[in-house]
Design a protein around this ligand. Structure first.
Ligand code: HAM
Length: 422
């Protein structure tokens, strides 16, 4: 029986890899010009990192995390997100000693055992940023604007930015009580999952996707009413800065997000082009996380985005990302192949151009077809007869012009051709 890939995981074929690389390059540049530096952390971590950071009553940790007991007896996990590992690394490497505000970005795989569907995989990839050290609203505004602008710049349409503030830990606790009071009268109308959340983590009910529950929470008291003066002020300033940056947003009092670490601002960018999995990215402030993981008390703000969802929204043409074939070498016979290998080697390594030859010992005609199909700029013909005379034929494909050149001068011809082009 053939072995197939695991449900919810995908191969990226050569065409997709070209598109991914193009987008990754743009992202690296985008983050660098904003002053963010790349970090790469391991894919496996201690499970405890995520239990403590994301919250053991969240779906991500409770139901979706791939974790197992290692031979050493430690519980390990495949990372379901990259914020916790980034903060773990920040603390472990004492990055707070480097500068007051540390700005980091990442691109890499994450794993969640969710029910696979369009836009939702079990292995997916996230890119995102984490800025650790600033409690100020300009930091919120910078990152929210970045998350919106990156999609705009790449040409994703029908974007919407949803904004909320969940306040401090104390505010969340105060609001949880008020929300529970409100929901008590609807308890029999709630699903089993929401009734469980009612006991353990009532805020998560605001995230429901069930129509009947959406109706109920529409009328629920607003967390924004529970914010204290400082928290209200912070939220007002974030909105003021976003307005100044011309970033359109909508406040939604029910945006709580599926991870427990948020304090104050939360946000998501969505697009109506993606169907039900419409969240392109999400993030917010998390002022308690660094301390909770044993670091010094430090405010932080970040966002993460799904690569697959971005690529789906972009629908790129891989052909445009193909390096064009400069030269195709047609070789017939043992000696010709030997010389073709040598010419490939020198043109590629000394001129850095894309040079291809045939490896299936196909007929002359078939090799010419390959050269045409690849839209090669030039073809070098090394037939048995040419090799006997120690020459090759160089043909310009666009004009059909061709001439013979001694084998050991072929390299020079392209040296002139491609260096002049530069
Ligand atoms: P999150 O909302 O859980 O936040 O994930 C961020 C993004 O990752 C989502 O908006 C979505 O595009 C993508 N994503 C999540 N799960 C899947 C999946 N199963 N398949 C495909 N794409 C998926 C976080 O992970 C937080 N760490 C964000 C953050 C960073 N907050 C502060 N800093």
């Amino acid at each position: 029986m053939k072995i197939k890939s695991i449900k919810g995981t995908h191969d990226l074929g050569p065409d997709e890899c070209k598109n991914w690389r193009q987008v990754e390059n743009i992202l690296h540049n985008f983050f660098e010009i904003h002053g963010y530096n790349e970090i790469r952390t391991p894919i496996i971590e201690k499970s405890d990192l995520f239990n403590r950071v994301i919250g053991d009553q969240t779906d991500i940790v409770n139901k979706e995390m791939y974790s197992w007991i290692d031979h050493s007896g430690d519980s390990l996990a495949l990372r379901p997100e990259l914020t916790a590992p980034t903060v773990r690394s920040f603390i472990q490497n004492s990055m707070d000693k480097l500068r007051k505000v540390n700005k980091l970005y990442y691109i890499g795989p994450a794993f969640r055992r969710e029910r696979p569907q369009k836009g939702r995989q079990r292995q997916f990839h996230q890119f995102g940023v984490e800025a650790i050290g600033s409690e100020n609203p300009e930091q919120d505004a910078e990152i929210i604007a970045m998350s919106y602008n990156v999609y705009n710049m790449l040409g994703v349409e029908n974007l919407s930015l949803i904004l909320n503030s969940v306040g401090s830990k104390q505010t969340k606790a105060k609001y949880s009580k008020i929300l529970k009071q409100y929901l008590t009268k609807y308890i029999n109308d709630l699903s089993r999952v929401s009734r469980e959340r009612f006991e353990k983590n009532p805020l998560r009910i605001l995230d429901t996707k069930i129509d009947k529950e959406i109706e109920i929470i529409r009328e629920a008291p607003s967390i924004l009413e529970c914010l204290d003066e400082n928290e209200k002020n912070h939220f007002k300033k974030v909105q003021r800065y976003l307005n100044k940056l011309n970033i359109p947003f909508k406040v939604d009092k029910n945006l709580v997000r599926g991870l427990d670490y948020y304090t104050l601002t939360t946000f998501e960018v969505r697009t109506s082009n993606l169907g039900s999995q419409d969240a392109l990215c999400g993030g917010g402030r998390y002022n308690n996380l660094v301390e909770n993981l044993g670091g010094n008390s430090m405010p932080a703000f970040g966002f993460a985005a799904g690569m697959e969802r971005l690529l789906m929204a972009l629908n790129l043409d891989s052909q445009e990302n193909e390096i064009k074939t400069s030269v195709f070498i047609i070789s017939v016979g043992e000696e010709a192949i030997l010389n073709a290998l040598k010419i490939c080697d020198s043109l590629r390594n000394q001129l850095g151009i894309k040079v291809l030859m045939d490896f299936s010992r196909a007929s002359f005609k078939s090799q010419m077809r390959q050269a045409n199909k690849l839209n090669s700029e030039y073809v070098i013909i090394l037939g048995e007869e040419e090799i006997e005379r120690n020459v090759g034929v160089i043909k310009t494909m666009s004009s059909g012009e061709q001439f013979e050149a001694p084998l050991d001068t072929i390299h020079k011809h392209f040296d002139v051709e491609f260096n002049e082009d530069k």
